[in-house]
Design a binder for this molecule. Structure first.
Ligand code: COA
Ligand code: ZN
Length: 302
């Protein structure tokens, strides 16, 4: 049997948070439903952040209340304890907590120092254990920071170890601005897997320099089996200048399936989700593989 790789579609959060066109909660739910229909096992559905900071994510509580039932692993991003409390009150069962590797990125993103952010992360994870909530702890800007430049691997290794010790369900190593090349991914993920094992690690890549799938490949070779990706390649962080969309879910699925992995995702239905994302946002190019995938569907091969 083919080995499973798990994809978490972050389009409804990372993809939509930076769009100039703000979608209504009902439209965001339509996109989430299309992803669930395509077989995505995990979806990041929104964030509990200040609506002044990220207007596009207002109303995530309504999203959580209206999620399609089933076994999909839904998570929501939070920047602080306030976000955690709001997420739990809304009924969220898994939260993404973000701490960047550098002081400046933390200050720009969540107005906290790295020390404050790590202390907040520890407090939230401790509370999550009492509440029975999963925590996906993100190390953002894990290779390069838009403000401080190249990040030393030892910083990321140290933070990952601390987050795992705090009890994070999984640590997600994130190339927030899409600056890492596959050799750097191999080096850092290899070191992390050596030290902590692959099971509790995941990767999050952006396709800014066209290296998104190459980075996924490098991480897969190091044993990583959990990835974030975004439908149609939507995405970008409003607080990280220069970041473009995430690696496209369809590109990751095409590559992994052709390598013999099982993603559980139905490509024709995934293309329907890309079309919906395009219709809703008016700003979705689709992944590099999209035209090829469409041709295979037309030919009846997929
Ligand atoms: N959800 C909703 N509102 C929140 C909030 C949360 N998690 N945390 C704080 N707020 C509100 C406060 O109530 C306050 O509102 P007011 O101006 O109406 O009184 C306002 O945000 C500022 O609160 P404060 O405690 O001073 O926040 P801060 O300045 O220390 O932090 C953040 C600001 C972190 C809340 C804000 O910048 C934010 O939400 N950023 C989002 C980051 C993000 O999504 N990045 C992209 C993904 S990595
Ligand atoms: Zn991202």
């Amino acid at each position: 049997m083919a080995e499973r790789v798990f994809i978490n579609d972050v389009g409804p959060r990372d993809g939509l948070q930076n769009q100039s066109k703000i979608l209504a909660p009902q439209q965001r739910l339509e996109l989430i439903s299309a992803l669930v229909k395509a077989g995505l096992g995990a979806v990041e559905v929104g964030s509990f952040v200040s609506p002044k900071a990220v207007p596009a994510m207002a109303g995530t509580d309504e999203i959580v209340a209206g999620l399609p039932p089933g076994n999909t692993y839904y998570s929501a991003l939070i920047p602080n304890r306030r976000g955690y409390d709001l997420a739990v009150a809304a009924g969220v069962k898994a939260v993404g907590i973000v701490v960047a590797s550098t002081q400046m990125m933390n200050e720009k993103n969540i107005r906290q120092s790295t020390e404050q952010a790590m202390a907040g992360c520890a407090e939230i994870i401790a509370q999550s254990k009492l509440d029975g909530i999963d925590t996906l702890a993100y190390v953002a800007t894990a290779w390069e920071c838009p403000f401080e430049g190249t990040v030393d691997a030892s910083v990321v290794i140290e933070m990952t170890g601390q987050m795992l010790d705090m009890g994070a369900t999984r640590v997600v190593v994130a190339d927030t601005i899409g600056a890492a090349n596959p050799a750097q991914v191999k080096s850092l993920m290899g070191a992390l897997v050596n030290q902590f094992g692959a099971d509790r690690l995941a990767c999050h890549f952006h396709d800014t320099r066209g290296m998104g799938v190459a980075d996924v490949y490098a991480a897969v070779q190091e044993g990583i089996r959990h990835f974030d990706a975004s439908i149609g390649g939507l995405g970008g962080c409003p607080f990280a200048p220069g970041a473009t969309g995430n690696v496209a879910t369809e590109d990751v699925v095409v590559m992994l399936e052709q390598m013999g992995f099982d993603t559980g995702i139905n490509l024709p239905r995934l293309v329907e989700a890309v079309d919906l994302a395009t219709e809703l946002t008016g700003n979705c190019d689709g992944g590099h593989s999209l035209r090829w995938v469409r041709r295979q569907i037309e030919k009846g091969v997929l």
